[in-house]
Every structure is written in C-alpha cells, then in structure tokens.
Design a binder for this molecule. Structure first.
Ligand code: SAM
Length: 212
C-alpha cells in the first residue's frame, strides 16, 4: 500500500517520524497522512539535521497557509467551483483536496518533490478525490493557488511562472507581509501549522493576495 511506501520516504529524513491519518484542524472533513502529532521538536542528531536540511519533508506537515486557504475555499466556493485549478507547491495536497471538495472541475497539484507527489496521491485516495500530480506544471488554468510557497527567496520565480499558467493567481502566505507586485491583499486568517511546529505567533497570520 502507498501509505507504507510514504512512511519509508518519511524515515529517509526523520527516522523516528510516524505517519498518522489525521483530520485537519478547522477542516476536519479532510484527513491527511501527516507526521505524528507528538513528534519530538527537541534538538535533532546531526545526521538527522543534515537530512532535514537536504531533503525537508514539507509534505508531512499541513502548513498554516494551506489550512487557511482550504478553509477560505470552503466558505468561498465560487473561487474554484467549476474551474480548472492548479495548486502550485502542493505539499500534502491540502489545497488541491479542498479545491476538489469545493467542486473544481479539474485539479492539478504540482510539487517538485517526488515524495510530495506520492503524499498527494495517498491523501487524494484517503479523501476519495481525483487529482492529477506533476513535477512541472504546464497548460492553462483558470486559477493557480499558492499556499506557503514563498518561504525561500529562490522560490519567487514560481510566482512569475504561475502568472503565465493561470488567468488568476491567489497566494496565501504567513511570511509575506506586503502584496507582491501586481497583487493586492484581500483578506487574512489565523492558522498554525499542523502538527504544531511551535512557530512564532507572527507566522500564524496568513495573508491572502490576489493578482489583478
Ligand atoms: C511549505 S510547503 C507548503 C505545502 C502546502 N501548500 C501547504 O500549505 O501545506 C512548500 C511546498 O512547495 C514545494 N515547492 C517549492 N518550490 C517549488 C517549485 N518551484 N515548484 C513546485 N513546488 C515547489 C515544496 O517541495 C513544498 O512541498
């Protein structure tokens, strides 16, 4: 079963990590295979630290921005309903799954990490939704959704790429405080990462930006 395969991918980075299928706080209808909620946040052995830096298992967490955007789609279904949706930097697939549950016509989840693509497939099956996965998005979409992808300045190019792929781009991010050029902030929401990473409070406010 793919969950077993995904568990072994997690152990490549975090040998003591254990996958659990958990309901997402604030959107409990979505269940995801994530790292055990009681995982140790204490100092890691050097070898594990190196593995975390080299190959971070972002997909084993549901990031605050992903949770916030999924919740926003639930209350503003019209953002995705009937549309072709691209989730860029999909991680666990939380946003792609929320788009499916809120009646998107087609959902493509893009992540450069092959382990994330496996996680998206596992999580799509858990939630009985259909998502196309890719490591390199192409084609044309009505809307592109980016949740917590701009954490690294090197990822800025993904924002430019998203504008060539979709008519509208919607960004949810707790680290970006000013609207990127060509975007305007339209809302915000508080949501911590799950399982809890003990992030500073300032990273719990997720801002929503929309291209214009
Ligand atoms: C912090 S995680 C956020 C995952 C998810 N959106 C959420 O909110 O839980 C960022 C994800 O973006 C992916 N990523 C980074 N750069 C990317 C790129 N250029 N194209 C596609 N995915 C990328 C990473 O592999 C990682 O899975």
């Amino acid at each position: 079963m793919s969950l077993v395969k995904l568990q072994s991918r997690l152990e490549n980075t975090l040998p003591d990590g254990r996958l659990e299928v958990l309901p997402v706080p604030g959107y409990r209808a979505i269940k995801l295979a994530l790292i055990n909620a009681d995982f140790s946040t204490g100092p890691l052995p050097q070898a594990v630290m190196n593995a975390v830096i080299e190959k971070p298992a972002y997909w084993a967490f549901c990031w605050g921005s992903g949770i916030a955007l999924a919740r926003y789609l639930r209350t503003h279904k019209e953002i995705v309903s009937g549309l072709r949706v691209l989730d860029l930097g999909s991680g666990s697939g939380i946003v792609a799954i929320a788009a499916c549950l809120n009646e998107a016509r087609l959902v493509v989840a893009c992540d450069t990490d092959p382990d994330a693509r496996l996680a998206i497939e596992v999580n799509a099956a858990i939630n009985s939704v259909s998502i196309v996965t890719t490591g390199n998005a192409s084609g044309h979409f009505d809307i592109a959704l980016l949740a917590d992808v701009l954490y690294d300045p090197c990822n800025q190019e993904i924002l430019e790429k998203s504008r060539t792929l979709a008519d509208t781009v919607l960004v949810a991010d707790s680290r970006v405080k000013q609207a990127p050029q060509g975007f305007r902030q339209f809302d915000s929401m508080s949501a911590p990462t799950f399982p809890n990473l003990g992030e500073f409070d300032e990273f719990r406010t997720v801002r929503f930006f929309r291209s214009h």
